[in-house]
Design a protein around this ligand. Structure first.
Ligand code: SF4
Length: 317
């Protein structure tokens, strides 16, 4: 690499989120440690499959970074714990949420796959958040295996029973995401099974998602909008299809620099519009940074559904 570029370590964005508005992402697990290895993962294949919780990051450093962003005038709708693996694997999750509460009254969200909610400690720590957004992409063990490729310690029954118990204990909102893939989990019988599991979990919202961005396995196919709408009607109740983040989110925070572009593109593939909206940049500024990073050989671009997504090359630390 011709130049060294400064970048933040644990936080990224705020980025536009289809569910959370503007979201400051906090990355609390090393890439890519997870209990699952989902075929649709935007971070690529799981390199460490584990159900063992650990002290992966220096929580005090994470909190100092959030504090510095708040003092610099950060405007965000949520502080969102997630990132490059499964965040509930971090054994200091509860301490982190307590620390954020001491810094700000900005709501805290957790993006989780929900697989560790069978554990009392994980449920107790997640109950400190305002919004918990777990996933459920299958209605039975065979489809769970095919779509989510779980660690051997994890079963779909464990996942659903854990979320069911969490619902009884948690006073905040549960937003369940169902990721749909053509030919894997979209037939009427499978949707009926998923619907029955959703009825056990009783989430406040159900969000249907599909592969709008480049994902781990190239043969994962997005579900057309009309099929998503039909499935949303079949599930009924609080179920809705989530769309792209509204363009109106831009201009809500200050302009950022190339380090922030790198920080965002390390975590997920983004379009030029995502970069503009998430980082408050004009298209000209975003294009300048993207062009510069491409010139340095740091960036890859991928076509998905006729749209160009950019991400940092996986071999760049
Ligand atoms: S999508 Fe989430 S749960 Fe699935 S492998 Fe990626 S990080 Fe893990």
């Amino acid at each position: 690499m011709a130049e060294k570029l400064k970048q933040t370590s644990y936080t990224y964005g705020p980025v536009p989120s289809r569910r959370l508005g503007l979201s400051l992402g906090v990355d609390i697990v090393r890439p890519k440690i997870c209990t699952l290895d989902c075929v649709y993962c935007q971070l690529g294949r799981t390199t460490v499959s584990s159900t063992t919780r650990g002290d992966f990051v220096e929580i005090e450093t994470v909190l100092a970074e959030i504090k510095a962003k708040l003092e610099a005038g950060l405007k965000t709708d949520y502080i969102t714990l997630g990132g490059s693996g499964e965040p509930t694997l971090n054994s200091r999750l509860g301490d982190l949420i307590d620390g954020i509460r001491r810094l700000t009254d900005t709501p805290v969200a957790i993006l989780t796959n929900g697989t560790l909610f069978y554990r009392d400690d994980v449920r107790a720590e997640c109950a400190k958040a305002d919004v918990v957004a777990p996933s459920l992409d299958a209605g039975d063990a065979a489809v769970f295996q095919a779509v989510n490729r779980p660690n051997p310690d994890i079963t779909i029954e464990k996942l659903v029973a854990g979320l069911e118990q969490f619902r009884k204990e948690f006073r905040g909102e549960i937003w369940l995401e169902v990721f749909l893939i053509t030919g894997m989990n979209t037939d009427a019988e499978q949707i009926e099974k998923i619907k029955r599991l959703i009825q056990r979990i009783q989430p406040d919202k159900v969000h249907l998602n599909t592969a709008v961005r480049p994902v781990a396995e190239p043969d994962v196919r997005a579900v057309p909008r009309e099929v998503l709408d039909r499935i949303a009607r079949q599930i009924g109740g609080v179920c809705e299809v989530i769309g792209e983040a509204p363009a109106g989110l831009r201009d809500r925070h200050e302009t950022r620099g190339e380090a922030d572009v790198i920080s965002v593109l390390k975590r997920r593939p983004c379009t030029m519009e995502d970069i503009c909206a998430g980082l408050g940049m004009t298209r000209h500024e975003a294009a300048k940074h993207v062009g510069h990073l491409q010139g340095l050989g740091m960036l890859c671009s991928v076509q998905q559904g006729g749209i160009t997504y950019f991400h940092i090359r996986s071999d760049i630390p």
